[in-house]
Design a protein around this ligand. Structure first.
Ligand SMILES: [Zn+2]
Ligand SMILES: [Zn+2]
Length: 252
């Protein structure tokens, strides 16, 4: 099993998960053309994609989904709530998914996990293949007991460390947006991510990607200072960014 980040942040997210003969795209917050350009950077032909999974309707996750799906005849998987708010077009091969109901997509077993975030019916995903477990977990307002339970003992994890509380408070965002981002239905701050990682027993992790790092309200050095010690035992530790890909990380 392997995974790669094609970019992560408030201007666009996209993650690849591959195992056996299957390759899933989680979110497409870039234009279809930009997504294709980024696929080439990690040497994946778009014809290899088995489908698109969408976590929720925010633009940084859904922007290019319809165009990419149309252009390459890809099936799209999302919750009914997301499909409704996102006004899923009739010509898309849409599959509605239910939080907590596992389903099989080719060789990969997918578990959509309900998360606290200010969208209609947001989920994040846990993937299983041949005894390996990979979690993708961005856009999380707080650490719910349910999330803690579902993401235990992952072999690979992509998790958000969105903002530094002080930088958010002192930054240029309007008050209402500060409240939203920093609130229980917004995003994890760096301390919360460190706390989550500690609780998830990072010893099991072979690979960790820290993503959705705010360009306005966070700094890589600050994230590294907090996450580095918690993840010291993780063999492959990467920090995803908006502009660059994190190339394939293998789990075995
Ligand atoms: Zn997001
Ligand atoms: Zn969001």
């Amino acid at each position: 099993m392997r995974f790669a980040s094609l970019g992560s942040g408030s201007k666009g997210n996209a993650t690849l998960v591959a195992a056996g003969d299957s390759c899933l795209l989680v979110d497409c917050g870039f234009s279809a053309r930009e997504l294709e350009r980024r696929l080439a950077l990690v040497a994946l032909d778009v014809s290899r994609l088995s489908g698109i999974l969408v976590t929720h309707e925010h633009g940084d996750h859904i922007k290019g989904v319809w165009a990419l799906a149309r252009r390459h005849k890809l099936s799209v998987y999302m919750t009914g709530g997301t499909a409704k708010v996102a006004k899923a077009p009739a010509d898309i091969d849409l599959h509605l998914i239910t939080p907590q109901q596992c389903f099989q997509l080719g060789d990969i077993e997918v578990l959509p996990v309900a998360v606290p975030h200010d969208a209609r019916e947001p989920v994040q995903f846990v993937f299983n293949y041949a005894g390996l477990k990979l979690g993708v977990l961005t856009d999380l307002g707080h650490i719910s007991p349910h999330v803690l339970e579902c993401y235990q003992r992952c072999d690979g994890l992509l998790v958000e460390a969105n903002h530094d509380q002080t930088m958010l408070a002192d930054g240029s965002y309007p008050y209402s947006l500060k409240q939203r981002v920093g609130g229980d239905w917004g995003h994890l701050n760096n301390e919360q991510t460190a706390e989550l990682l500690s609780a998830l027993e990072p010893r099991s992790l072979q690979a960790l990607v820290v993503g959705h790092i705010s360009q306005q309200n966070n700094a890589l050095a600050v994230v590294q200072e907090l996450i580095g010690p918690v993840a010291a035992a993780v063999p492959q530790l990467k920090y995803a960014s908006q502009d660059d890909c994190v190339d394939w990380l293998a789990l075995e």
